[in-house]
Design a protein around this ligand. Structure first.
Ligand SMILES: [Zn+2]
Ligand SMILES: [Zn+2]
Length: 129
């Protein structure tokens, strides 16, 4: 598969999670990440992504300016989306196939999960108390 932003080749990386294997595609050049539908959610849950999003966030910021890209699976223009909770995270998505994140963005995405877990934890403590 080719990177929708810089046209370099993307390599598949398979990660083992408790719920099974998750495959992500990472661009060799800009380190952008492609997630097929559902995979980003699975990764977010399982905390198994630390070594995947290893790109330079500065490169990611440059790549983030490129927003008119086509889905690497079906070649249709992708939707430009912004994370409602973290408006600095902008990503592109194809509703049929998946989503594309620039280098460094997935780390932010996962950080939000940490905060969710933290909030749930606080909630449980309060309920018990
Ligand atoms: Zn690329
Ligand atoms: Zn598509």
């Amino acid at each position: 598969m080719q990177c929708p932003k810089c046209n370099s080749s993307m390599q598949e990386h398979t990660l083992s999670t408790l719920e099974g294997n998750v495959t992500v595609d990472r661009c060799d050049a800009c380190k952008g990440l492609w997630f097929d539908i559902g995979e980003a959610e699975a990764l977010k849950k399982k905390w198994m992504s630390d070594h995947v999003d290893s790109g330079d966030p500065n490169v990611g910021k440059e790549q983030n300016k490129i927003r008119d890209i086509n889905c690497p699976r079906c070649d249709k223009p992708m939707e430009k989306l912004t994370d409602p909770l973290q408006t600095h995270i902008e990503y592109e998505a194809c509703s049929d196939h998946g989503m594309y994140l620039d280098a460094g963005e997935f780390t932010d995405y996962k950080y939000e999960t940490l905060m969710d877990i933290f909030r749930d934890f606080i909630f449980m403590i309060k309920k018990k108390g």
